[in-house]
Design a protein around this ligand. Structure first.
Ligand SMILES: Cc1cc2nc3c(=O)[nH]c(=O)nc-3n(C[C@H](O)[C@H](O)[C@H](O)COP(=O)(O)OP(=O)(O)OC[C@H]3O[C@@H](n4cnc5c(N)ncnc54)[C@H](O)[C@@H]3O)c2cc1C
Length: 423
């Protein structure tokens, strides 16, 4: 591994043959997450490809000339020409491998792959998922001197990282940007000493053996597993939805309704949560238009009656959203009547989507007892139906899913595990 300055760029990179170049910064958690992956792959691919690091803060001119906007960013060169993808943020080992493999001949790739040695590591507890629930469990376990590892397919922080502002987490007078709250939570747990394996591919999870395989080659075994993989809002799948998620489109009225004081919003959905949340949003918004795909609501009668009696709520039935686009500070929504095919465009200050949540249980489907909606059932101490397997946070079958409730679950599971391991 070579570290260069921008003055060496021409010699080492442009005239350097095949190169993987990592622009890193200090005090950069995603850079710390990338460093061991980059290092490990340099040992594997080092005979074919040069692995070079460059400190972005001290080589800004070069970074800007290559349109590098954040750290870490990895770019690839072959004989002076930039090739492959520009990778940034939570870079996975598999992202790097995909690009490295494309730079060399298939027989070389095969040779390199045959050199990968499986690794097995042992911990007291695996925490699967680094949202508020998992991070809190990691903090308590670490403070109790329990050897824990936190594994996340993304960078840690969970749903909080993508939340615009959080104003109901105790301890802060002013609303906190979600990414900062997530950053502080994850740094507190990391500094304490819980090991992090983040932005990894979780290859398999064997709850019976308590093995988690990451990045295909590393088996992590523990005495206990905490599942804290959260739940994801069900997306409509319409064009522009992903881009405006958390920035014009919200999936949480408790969190975001207050930002729409005297504004007009659209709510999509017709079940209990959509109708109850729409009613809640009218405490702030001047008008709520509910768009529902059927000609009647699915919510219970009481919620429906309340919504129909609410002068601030209007309804558009038999209609689906097709496309979301930014429109000034608001959102433009293309809609289509699914019975008549009639199309229209609505302009609004914000959109709330409540068409259900999806628990992230795909990796252990059918292994644990769940409720009718697929959320994992636990006892008071967060124990699931399987010995030594705990579940905390949004993945749990419970009534209220908030940061505070996830944090509470994480605390309880960690204390219960500590007691069991110490006894
Ligand atoms: C837009 C929005 C705004 C919100 N605003 C607020 C608010 O203001 N206040 C509030 O209290 N609550 C808010 N919430 C709800 C709150 O964020 C959640 O209740 C809380 O984050 C749940 O924490 P968790 O740890 O259970 O899971 P999550 O935060 O969902 O974290 C789960 C983690 O698990 C990881 N993961 C998923 N699958 C796997 C896997 N197979 N292997 C490894 N890791 C995996 C994910 O990458 C993620 O990092 C909001 C939610 C959203 C969507």
């Amino acid at each position: 591994m070579l570290e260069i300055k921008q003055a060496d760029f021409e010699k080492e990179v442009l005239n350097g043959g095949k190169v993987a170049l990592d622009f890193y910064s200090t005090e950069c958690p995603p850079c710390e997450a990338l460093a061991p992956k980059f290092e490990g792959l340099s040992e594997l691919y080092g005979e074919e490809i040069k692995f070079i690091k460059i400190f972005r803060q001290e080589n800004r001119e070069l970074a800007e000339s290559l349109d590098i906007k954040g750290s870490p960013t990895v770019i690839f060169f072959d004989n002076g020409k930039q090739v492959g993808e520009k990778l940034a943020g939570g870079i996975k080992r598999s992202d790097l491998i995909r690009n490295l493999d494309n730079m060399i001949a298939p027989d070389k790739v095969k040779q390199i792959k045959s050199k990968i040695k499986p690794i097995v590591s042992e911990y007291d507890t695996i925490i699967l998922g680094g949202g508020p629930g998992g991070l809190t469990a990691g903090l308590y376990l670490c403070q109790a001197r329990i050897n824990a590892v936190l594994i996340d397919t993304m960078l840690p922080g969970g749903q909080v990282s993508t939340t615009h502002q959080v104003s109901n987490y105790p301890g802060f007078i002013d609303p906190q940007p979600g990414f900062m709250l997530a950053h502080h939570m994850s740094e507190q747990t990391k500094v304490c000493g819980t090991q992090f394996k983040v932005a990894v591919d979780v290859t398999s999870v064997d709850l019976e053996k308590k093995n988690v395989v990451v990045d295909e080659f590393e088996t992590i075994h523990a005495k206990k597993i905490i599942i804290s993989t959260g739940a994801s809002p069900r997306l409509i799948g319409a064009q522009g939805e992903r881009e405006l998620k958390g920035n014009g489109i919200s999936y949480c009225a408790t969190c975001d309704a207050k930002y729409f004081h005297d504004k007009e919003v659209i709510v999509i959905g017709g079940g209990n949560s959509a109708i109850e949340e729409a009613d809640f949003i009218t405490k702030f918004a001047s008008k709520v238009t509910i768009i529902h795909q059927f000609d009647h609501l699915q919510a219970n009668k009481e919620a429906q009656e309340k919504a129909f009696a609410n002068p601030k709520i209007e309804f558009i039935f038999d209609t689906e959203a097709r496309k979301f686009e930014r429109h000034g500070a608001g959102v433009k929504v293309d809609i289509e009547n699914i019975k008549t095919g009639e199309k229209a465009t609505l302009k609004t200050d914000g959109v709330f989507i409540f068409i259900g949540m999806v628990p992230n249980t795909q990796m252990f489907a059918g292994k644990l007892e769940t409720d009718n909606w697929g959320y994992i059932k636990t006892d008071e101490d967060m124990r699931t139906s399987m010995n030594d397997i705990f579940a905390v946070g949004d993945i749990r079958s419970k009534k209220y899913r908030q940061i505070t409730t996830a944090v509470a679950d994480g605390t309880i599971a960690a204390i219960a595990i500590t007691k069991e391991l110490d006894s």
